[in-house]
Design a protein around this ligand. Structure first.
Ligand SMILES: [Zn+2]
Length: 241
């Protein structure tokens, strides 16, 4: 093949219309990074994902910035956890003028009440649900199914791609769930107690049979009192945590 013919061929390949992306990426805004990761797994190259709360942020007490409203207004879809986790989202959605769909991923899970939780055994007397549902892998699989439906509704032509990504990801999550259970089996039941700062692991505890003792409560808004800390230290000593 002559040089000129080679150049013509390369030019033809570069100009070939199929080389251009058939769809501009869907713009998705997620309230925090864990949800953003899930959206990336399902959407792949067909989405761009923006997380409102950054990797080191605290979604319980987040204060949205003007750029968050801009990102939301430009988005095709907004995904949130729900169960009161993002107390600031409703105002932000209103203020931004966003007219797209807000998908609440925790809809359809079996929520855990906060009654009976915490050091005093009283927990949250209001009976609100614990929002940290993604710490049970079974719930993540429900979140992923909801993300997949939402993306497929937005772009039906790409639905098969999203479902294929989701099926692969769901397989990995099922494997992860089995792995966590197998790891727990190696720990004697009496030793499955963990002290942590913030009581965020109720769903993990329920799913995998671990007891978490946390002085900070289900939200991060309040500091533990000296009395709560003393109770926790006493319990840790008595039970050999
Ligand atoms: Zn939390």
């Amino acid at each position: 093949m002559s040089f000129i013919r080679t150049v013509l061929w390369i030019g033809l390949i570069l100009l070939w219309p199929a080389a251009a992306p058939a769809h501009p990426p869907l713009r998705v805004v997620a309230s925090f990074t864990i949800l953003a990761d899930m959206v990336r797994q399902v959407g792949g190259d067909a989405v761009t994902v923006n997380s409102l709360v950054g990797p080191d942020g605290d979604a319980h007490v987040y204060e949205p910035a003007p750029m968050d409203a801009q990102a939301l207004l430009a988005a095709d879809l907004c995904v949130i956890n729900g169960l009161g986790f993002e107390g600031w989202i409703e105002r932000l959605v209103k203020a931004s003028g966003f007219k797209g769909q807000v998908v609440t991923l925790s809809e359809g899970i079996s929520p855990l009440s906060m009654i009976g939780r915490g050091q005093d055994g009283q927990g949250d007397p209001t009976g609100r649900a614990d929002p940290h549902a993604w710490h049970d892998v079974a719930n993540v699989r429900i979140y992923v199914a909801r993300i997949t439906e939402a993306l497929a509704r937005l772009s039906p032509e790409q639905a098969a791609t999203f479902r294929a990504h989701a099926a692969r990801y769901d397989g990995q999550l099922a494997e992860l769930d089995r792995w966590v259970r197998a790891q727990m089996e190696t720990i004697p039941v009496a030793r499955r107690t963990v002290i942590t700062s913030h009581d965020a692991f109720g769903y993990f505890a329920r799913a995998y049979g671990v007891t978490f003792l946390a002085p900070m409560g289900v939200s991060t808004e309040a500091e533990p009192s000296a009395q709560e800390m003393a109770q926790l230290i006493g319990q840790a000593r008595r039970e050999g945590v």
